[in-house]
Ligand binder design. Structure first.
Ligand code: ZN
Length: 201
């Protein structure tokens, strides 16, 4: 997906229908900066805004993703290219998310251990501050663990070892499931069997 090309295409169409960046932003209920970012090819419009944007410009979503008016002859080819590009983008984002999960988990644990090591030497002589430090460390760890788990739940899918079905479990199911790294013991919503399900993107 060529963000620069899409950005130019948005700017062209905006001018064609006689709108300024400000008036387009107002119509779509986004900030001027958002429109400027789309047009400079920094990011895509949010998916929720795409249908209205396309309606204003009288173009299709396929045109928008292609950064040009796609003729009927090339429509299917372009559509396939765009779908593949979107899938690839999701895969990359999920990979980054899973890396972030490790970092979060590691930092949370490091903060907790640091607090524990700092409170042990003063535990006898200065009990209340030591307990307070331990609790703070534990809370930091729990917050990091919560976000790490939330990331693990939403990034990619879990694949059933029995039937191969891919699914996104609820946060509760992920929370209580036994795990080794990203492999969790979960129930498959399709075949109903429990198995060690690997994280797949
Ligand atoms: Zn299954």
């Amino acid at each position: 997906m060529d963000l620069k090309k899409i950005g130019k295409f948005i700017a062209e169409n905006r001018k064609k229908v006689g709108l300024s960046q400000e008036s387009l932003a107002e119509k779509l209920d986004v900030s001027n900066r958002s429109v400027s970012k789309w047009e400079r090819g920094i990011c895509l419009p949010e998916t929720a805004k795409m249908p209205e944007l396309c309606r204003l410009f009288d173009i299709t979503i396929n045109d928008l993703f292609s950064g040009e008016i796609v003729d009927m002859k090339n429509n299917d080819k372009k559509l396939n290219e765009n779908l593949l590009a979107l899938a690839k983008e999701k895969e990359q984002k999920d990979k980054q998310l899973l890396t972030l999960e490790w970092v979060l988990g590691f930092l949370g644990l490091a903060a907790f251990l640091a607090m524990v090591f700092m409170c042990i030497p003063i535990a006898d002589s200065n009990t209340p501050p030591a307990v307070a430090m331990f609790i703070v460390g534990f809370i930091i760890f729990m917050i990091a663990a919560f976000f790490a788990l939330k990331i693990e739940q939403i990034a990619g899918y879990y694949q059933c070892a029995k039937c191969g079905h891919k699914h996104v479990p609820t946060f509760g199911a992920v929370f209580v499931a036994m795990h080794f790294g990203h492999t969790r013991h979960l129930r498959c919503p399709k075949c109903g069997k429990k198995s060690w399900q690997k994280k797949v993107l």
